[in-house]
Design a protein. Structure first.
Length: 413
């Protein structure tokens, strides 16, 4: 059966839903993706070692991923509103308590567990899963890109503001300000309070009998789903290493902290465009080829960076080029899962791939700190990062994917 064409009122409601989800992700990702700016100030003011701080942030990488399938499943079955409200409070609590517990174990509890879990409750799996239920299949790829762009916009806006507050008032005040801003997620959760699913298009896979458990059994036996997990794992190593240790790499080159803030902001800004482009291209091209191209480009960019002189212009160009694919992998990954298994349990199934991503993220954040304390620089991590990006590109090639179905075809025109 064909999906009914949405009325003007329905389209307005869908745009309101997407804007709310995008703004909510802007806040949670803006707070989460700027934690690398706090590493040096916390180390300087508290004496906690770089490796210890990196480990706390690595725990946060893992926890953020570990809670995604849990919160995704809760949102799939009970609705997203209670999950989003709980996450907003938890995020604010974790950030607000960080200056009050300036120790290795305190950082693990606040940034590693509380704040990371709160950000995970208001992240991709819940937001994309919640919106997919109200959109026709041909709209979901672009919608995922739009939501993802909100997270990147948060990184762009928050990075210079956080660096400014750190410089003007100290890292503790900056962390407190992030805690207060995170409370804005609570009113933004309200538009996502109900599910209003559209009729399923004939091209969508039917749901298996038995509900979530049956769907999980089908997915975990699927080779394509396994490839998405492996690719996302390597992506996690790459992303977490850079977001945590790019400021440290810039400092090693003798450049000021402002270069770090601008570089992180540029990653977010260019990923806004990358996310929207990836979401739109997913409607026209096979998404596995988009993933292949994005991962392969990262390996090339790292190689070019290692050959370039360590100047502000190098970092700005590297950040801008890298930012175009930064989290633009999310729309095609979520889109492929929706293609393979339908939207009913998308929050859970995509949440599991995010868990794999963040297991990689744990190693990327932690091993970056270990490499710095062991070798005095990040050279070996850059080589490993480049190899893993190339591996991620190749891992996506065996994925089975039908040709994209155009909106006209789905609508029966």
């Amino acid at each position: 059966m064909s999906a009914a064409a949405p009325t003007p009122v329905a389209r307005t409601s869908q745009w309101g839903l997407l804007i709310a989800a995008s703004a909510l992700l802007m806040l949670t990702m803006g707070a989460r993706q700027t934690t690398g700016l706090f590493v040096a100030p916390i180390h300087r003011d508290t004496g906690i070692g770089i490796a210890a701080i990196s480990f706390a942030l690595a725990v946060g990488q893992f926890v953020w991923g570990a809670v995604q399938p849990v919160f995704g499943a809760l949102a799939d079955q009970r609705g997203p509103l209670p999950v989003l409200l709980f996450g907003g409070v938890l995020l604010a609590l974790g950030l607000g308590l960080t200056p009050l517990l300036p120790s290795e174990w305190g950082l693990i509890l606040t940034l590693g567990v509380l704040a990371a879990a709160g950000a995970g409750a208001g992240s991709f799996s819940v937001l994309i899963g919640a919106t997919a239920h109200r959109l026709a299949p041909e709209q979901r790829s672009f919608a995922s890109g739009l939501i993802n762009a909100g997270g990147s916009l948060g990184q762009f806006l928050f990075a210079p503001l956080v660096q400014f507050v750190i410089g003007a008032a100290g890292w503790a005040m900056a962390m407190t300000a992030l805690a207060m801003l995170s409370l804005l997620t609570l009113p933004l959760a309200w538009p996502l309070r109900r599910k209003q699913p559209l009729p399923r298009a004939s091209a969508e896979p039917p749901l298996p009998d038995g509900g979530l458990r049956a769907q999980l059994r089908v997915a975990l036996r699927d080779r394509s789903y396994g490839c998405l997990h492996l690719g996302f794992f390597t992506c996690g190593v790459h992303i977490a290493f850079l977001i945590t240790h790019l400021p440290g790499e810039i400092a090693l080159c003798g450049l000021p902290a402002s270069v770090s803030a601008v570089s992180i902001a540029l990653i977010g800004l260019f990923n806004v465009a990358g996310s929207l482009v990836a979401g739109k291209l997913g409607e026209r091209f096979r998404m596995k080829w988009l993933l292949f191209a994005m991962y392969a480009s990262r390996a090339v960019l790292i190689a070019l960076y290692l050959m370039a002189p360590p100047t502000p212009a190098t970092f700005y160009l590297f950040a801008a080029a890298l930012g175009f694919t930064w989290l633009a992998t999310v729309p095609p990954t979520a889109g492929l899962i929706g293609k393979l298994f339908g939207p009913r349990y998308l929050g859970t199934l995509f949440g599991l791939t995010l868990l794999s991503h963040q297991i990689g993220g744990f190693f990327g954040a932690w091993l970056g700190g270990v490499a710095l304390e062991t070798f005095g620089d990040y050279t070996w991590m850059w080589y490993a990062d480049m190899a893993l990006a190339a591996a991620a590109a190749l891992i996506n090639l065996p994925i089975r994917e039908s040709r994209p179905t155009t909106a006209a075809a789905v609508g029966g025109n």
